[in-house]
Design a protein around this ligand. Sequence first.
Ligand SMILES: [Fe+2]
Ligand SMILES: [Fe+2]
Length: 383
Amino acid sequence: MKDQTNQQTSINGSRSVPSESTGRGVSRRSFLATGAAVGASAGLGTFGRAAAALAQEGGGGALTFGDVAILRFLAAAEILETDLWQQYNELGGIQDSEVPGGSGSKRYIEALEGLDEDMSQYIHDNTEDEQSHFEFINAYLESKGAEPVNLDKFRELPSSKATGAQQIGRLTNLMELSVDTSYWTRYRSRSKNPDLGDEFAPAVPGLLKGKFPAIPRSDEDLEPEKHIQAIANTAGFHFAFIEQGGTSLYPQLVQRVSNAQVRRILLSIGPTETMHFQTWQDKAGNAPPLTDPTNGLVFPDLNETQPGLELEDTKTNLIMPEPTAFLNRKFPVCSIIRPTNTHGAAMGAVESLKKDGLFIGQSAAFFRVLKQLAAAADAARPQ
Ligand SMILES: [Fe+2]
Ligand SMILES: [Fe+2]
């Protein structure tokens, strides 16, 4: 106890942490290690309430500030995922009691079926999964007395004007995307790993050379045929882009979780993102090669050797993670999720989604809140 008191003094410069804030079941050490970062980067009001909550030990024991911060960032990420998947479902999925809203776009669905005849079902199920993720995490946070995440005030982006979409405010923008398809070559590489500083070429370079819709913006986007197919192809590669992000994010963040039950939550949700990614990666490989006559966007034949790449870097049936370098190149190659480096993972996820164009039109206040949540999550340290 004496040591912990000393640490409190050395970090904060004073003994100012009220004892009721640290709560029963959370050590001063864990409070202090994360408390400094909380003060620097996140709303003290929120975390003050979370701190009070730390005293309320429910099933699974008390959470540290870091655990709360990680869960709150993941809740935000899942809310954003749900928002984008909801837009896909309204136009391209199945609208039912599980995932209500919208009435579908026949031409868009037909184009999606060019990738797989079950696309609508998969879109529906992915949407439902994301909704269950954020609802669960928020309910869990509440059960611990911590504040759940609500981004409703930022639902200000416009909906697609295409027939089938609801006209409501959105958090994300699916109509000006620059999809980074380097995940495709990253998971096919036999020697490179982003955690070792390696970089990867996009499989569909054209998707980075402009802002492209992944849903029809209006009914005018439903023809010509190659244009709506290009929109469906963009969606196909975007589905996998989103889910490979979640595939890395959970293993990245779980390394800094303290509480065993929170660890279990991350280890149970994360692999479902991987199941999504694996499915979408397989489907995107079926996207018909074409050039969009309206904007020149090219979807190359990935089963032919692409400039600067080997056939194994793009071949569509190579959907199992190719063994590659892991931790240190002195070890034998290993089939792994990549990246999994935990440093700056939450902020990295925000930046990646921003570059994707998903937040085009969002307010400065939105980015401020998202970055505060990410910074707090990245400041978490395992106790
Ligand atoms: Fe999710
Ligand atoms: Fe996901």
